[in-house]
Design a protein around this ligand. Structure first.
Ligand SMILES: [Zn+2]
Length: 281
């Protein structure tokens, strides 16, 4: 992270980083070899939240499948026709997964409309449950339960409902993406006033970082695969570059002036890990 400054924010980030990397459970070789289904709301969440972990698992020989819940049509829907953008994002996701070591036949698209996944929970649950039954992954990766965006919350709930429907014990790893968008990880004062308010709201919800330190007690070291993770992320060209020559085409680099992306490219990927056990067992 680029902040060796002595401000309160700089000092807190360093302190939190120490806490988040010491006294945690670190993935073992046996953990890395376990098969996994990654459930991602949008095309880029798989890499942002779990890209390094996927790379390490594939290097360890684990089976990994990725399922995308929505078609991603909203990210720049005001600048490009929805079907065109959805098509681009699907191709980008296939390319990113390829870089992560996941072949196209192991990547699934459920194509629910970006932004309103919550209106399709029963049907989406059936589809995720079918994937769980068919592939029987030992681990399931879901967005963190307190993610601040609606599709991420809906994905969490759908994943949980699918686990319950299938009823097999598995390890659940909840990953943060937009949850990082709070002080001190990003500055309170942003150039866009609306974003400043959003950061403030997220900061209150996240107890100024305390909740993250308390809950994310499992980490996968990913410094050794950082370049590959970044290469996978670059495949999401509509999200990483001004895809059209239009000043309104914002990218992940623009979120909190780059501070948000820094959070997702740290030396560890952190997870809230819990065991799912069917009731009565
Ligand atoms: Zn997302």
């Amino acid at each position: 992270m680029r902040k060796p400054d002595n401000s309160l924010r700089g000092r807190l980030v360093r302190r939190y980083t120490r806490l988040l990397t010491a006294d945690r459970h670190t993935a073992t070789d046996a953990d890395l070899r376990r098969s996994a289904l990654i459930i991602a709301p949008h095309q880029d969440d798989e890499t942002l939240g779990c890209g390094g972990t996927i790379l390490r698992k594939r290097a360890a020989g684990a089976d990994v499948w990725v399922v995308f819940m929505t078609d991603g049509r909203q990210s720049h829907g005001h600048l490009m026709p929805a079907t065109e953008l959805a098509g681009l994002r699907r191709a980008e996701a296939v390319a990113a997964c390829q870089v992560l070591g996941v072949a196209q036949e192991r990547v699934f698209f459920l194509d629910y409309p970006d932004g309103s996944l919550g209106a399709h929970c029963p049907a989406a649950t059936e589809q995720v449950a079918a994937l769980l039954s068919k592939h029987n992954p030992a681990e399931v990766y879901l967005p963190y339960r307190a993610e601040p965006t609606a599709d991420h919350q809906a994905t969490h709930e759908i994943g949980r409902a699918a686990l319950a429907q299938v009823g097999t014990a598995r390890t659940v790893l909840e990953y943060p993406v937009w949850y990082w968008h709070h002080w001190p990880w990003v500055s309170l004062r942003q150039s866009d006033k609306r974003e400043s308010w959003l950061v403030l709201r997220h900061t209150v919800q996240a107890l100024a970082g305390v909740r993250l330190v308390r809950n994310f007690r499992y980490g996968v070291p990913v410094a050794g695969v950082r370049e590959q993770k970044l290469a996978a992320l670059q495949e999401h060209r509509t999200q990483m570059t001004p895809f059209l020559p239009d000043a309104n085409w914002l990218t992940l680099h623009d979120v909190a002036n780059g501070e948000f992306l820094d959070c997702l490219l740290q030396d560890y990927e952190l997870f809230y890990r819990c065991e799912y056990r069917p009731q009565g067992h």
